[in-house]
Design a protein around this ligand. Structure first.
Ligand SMILES: [Zn+2]
Length: 178
């Protein structure tokens, strides 16, 4: 009996650890749990993956935003008013994008940051859709649409990265034990 409890405990911890680490790697696509093979927190190699392939490994919301440039409704995103300490990664590929230190309370309705983790974390593209000229921000590794860059940020650079929560995955900072 004791052994059984022990085995169950190991299995449970193992399963929870797996789920936590692999949260975005496993995507619910049309009711099935699908492993996204392009997701990595360590590999920085640039990905060239067609949308037809992304569609098979990303959930519908993430696919719409990251690959079809959709925008989530203002004030609906899970990270809009969120202020946890940690790191934000690309939800499609695991590329590190922003530190929570660079997030600020914006009233625009989407999570906003004033700088990226690395200059090459993201790439920029001119976006002339909806009769506006904007700077689109895309993931530097997988070319996922993340949001737009505006020039009304709170720091000297004036940068405001206005992001879709759906495109982001937050990982809390691990607390150091005393
Ligand atoms: Zn990415």
């Amino acid at each position: 009996m004791k052994n059984l409890i022990k085995i169950s405990a190991i299995f449970l911890v193992g399963t929870l650890g797996f789920q936590k680490m692999e949260a975005q790697r496993i995507q619910n696509v049309k009711g099935k749990n699908i492993v996204n093979p392009y997701y990595s927190r360590t590999d920085t190699q640039i990905l060239k993956v067609p949308n037809s392939t992304w569609k098979k490994v990303l959930n519908a919301d993430l696919y719409s935003v990251s690959r079809l440039n959709e925008t989530e409704m203002a004030n609906t995103g899970k990270y809009n008013k969120f202020d946890g300490r940690g790191t934000y990664y690309c939800a499609a590929c695991g590329n590190a994008l922003f530190r929570s230190d660079a997030k600020f309370a914006s009233t625009c309705g989407w999570p906003s940051f004033f700088e990226t983790i690395r200059p090459k974390s993201v790439i920029y593209k001119k976006d002339e859709s909806y009769n506006m000229v904007r700077t689109e921000v895309r993931c530097g590794r997988c070319d996922a649409h993340l949001g737009h860059l505006f020039d009304d940020g709170p720091t000297a650079s004036k940068k405001r990265f206005c992001m879709n929560s759906i495109s982001l995955e937050f990982e809390p900072m691990v607390k150091k034990s005393k």
